[in-house]
Design a protein around this ligand. Structure first.
Ligand code: SAM
Length: 415
């Protein structure tokens, strides 16, 4: 039952408040000609499938447990608040995880997600030979305004030639600046785009604006009803791990006060979904400074619980600085439309909803934007934007300094 739901939609309901999701299936709804390769998405957490815990691992585990006990006794005031917060959400996380472990057929599917749709030995591996383009470097040089991306629109000529020859295809190319420019694929097929001999797959009906935060005001809609009804934000918060791994630059929290969230909202209002880390100082800042500055009223918290391919959590639930879950804070921003208060939001937003999935690449969040659509104010289809995005989704606008990152053709296979 649950496995059928997963196969069909990429989402499987485990209990009233918990869902297992396969990001690859959800992302693949955006594509017609290509598909996200599961073996390149699931680049981690599939190697330990059958390995039993080694004696060394269990000794490490005992050491960590002793350390944790000592640590809890010496928590400072802020850490104690964080621990209380953790204790409050823990029953929801445990219940969700138990429901996953009871869904035996789903667990079988889960073990196989990385090889989904490809024969044994045929799964695409991320090529180490081809380097990725660094859009942050390219965007920072003086020539950046001159760099163009070539969009290759494929026009299928469905008229059979004399005698019934195969379909003839023609390609229409369009060149447009890649930085500080809204680049859109308005068609109903995904297209291949090219820059510096690197290929990128652009989903149907999607657009991106690639720029530094200093240019974000260019996204503020000119027309009063052109704002966004759903705004998902995953800021480059400062934290030990992001700095250690140097995958992208981080910014001090106060910089995000200047994000024009209110101006990006649709006149009918918007649901704002903000990914936060488990640091209490940050939670305090969001609650008391950031949301008030953005004009956002807190509504609920959702959680992303991370599991490995064998269904086990990616880390100990109680480990203080490495929790196997992340939090998405949800709030509403009222639009300028004075009548927007009268708009019925189809469903009241639930609290403590849990989404379980196997993580992809470092810091890559599961695409749960679509699962928020039921709680978005305004008329449908909702206008959606992701800020600090590294990928694109059909029907969405993606903004950040590298929104093409996971659109690199090395993450895709042809259908
Ligand atoms: N949501 C993304 C995902 O699922 O893959 C991860 C986003 S990551 C936490 C933050 C992003 O913000 C990174 O791509 C980083 O390069 C970008 N970023 C950092 N500083 C920026 C700036 N000054 N302007 C625009 N984007 C920036």
């Amino acid at each position: 039952m649950e496995e059928n739901q997963l196969m069909d939609s990429g989402v499987s309901q485990l209990n009233s408040n918990a869902f297992f999701i396969d990001p690859v299936r959800i992302l693949n709804r955006s594509y017609t000609r290509f598909r996200v390769s599961p073996s390149t998405y699931y680049s981690r957490f599939f190697d330990s499938l059958n390995s039993a815990q080694s004696p060394k691992a269990s000794e490490d585990f005992r050491k960590r447990k002793r350390k944790r006990k000592k640590k809890i006794q010496s928590l400072n005031e802020r850490e104690q608040i964080a621990d209380r917060r953790h204790q409050e959400v823990k029953p929801f996380l445990l219940k969700a995880h138990e429901a996953l472990l009871e869904a035996t057929d789903l667990l079988k599917v889960l073990r196989n997600l990385r090889n989904d749709g490809c024969a044994v030995g045929e799964c695409k591996e991320l090529s180490q030979e081809t380097s990725e383009l660094s859009f942050m470097e390219l965007g920072g040089v003086w020539q950046a305004p001159l760099y163009e991306i070539v969009l290759n629109y494929q026009q299928d000529d469905k008229t059979l030639q004399n005698g019934g020859s195969p379909l003839a295809q023609s390609i229409e190319q369009r060149e447009t600046p890649v930085f500080n420019n809204l680049v859109a694929n308005e068609g109903s097929y995904d297209i291949e785009a090219e820059i510096f001999n690197h290929k990128y797959i652009i989903p149907k009906r999607s657009c991106f604006y690639m720029s530094d935060m200093q240019q974000i005001d260019s996204l503020i809609p000119a027309g009063s009803d052109c704002g966004f009804n759903l705004i998902v934000i995953d800021p480059p918060w400062e934290n030990g791990s992001a700095r250690q791994k140097v995958r992208y630059p981080t910014l001090p929290s106060r910089y995000f006060l200047s994000l024009p969230v209110k101006q990006l909202c649709h006149t009918a209002g918007a649901l704002v979904a903000l990914w936060v880390t488990n640091r209490e100082k940050l939670r305090d800042f969001v609650e008391n400074d950031l949301f008030p500055k953005w004009g956002v009223t807190y509504a609920a918290s959702f959680y992303w619980l991370k599991v490995k391919a064998n269904g086990m959590l990616t880390g100990e639930l109680d480990l203080f600085h490495h929790r196997p879950y992340e939090c998405l804070l949800l709030g509403y921003c009222d639009g300028k439309d004075t009548h927007s208060g009268n708009l019925t939001r189809s469903n009241p937003i639930p609290d403590n909803r849990v989404f379980i999935s196997v993580p992809g690449d470092y810091s890559r969040k599961p695409p749960i934007g679509e699962l928020l659509l039921d709680y978005v104010p305004g008329s449908m289809p909702a206008r959606c934007i992701e800020l600090f995005s590294r990928e694109m989704i059909a029907g969405w606008t993606s903004w950040g300094n590298e929104p093409l990152h996971f659109q690199d053709s090395r993450y895709f296979v042809s259908k």
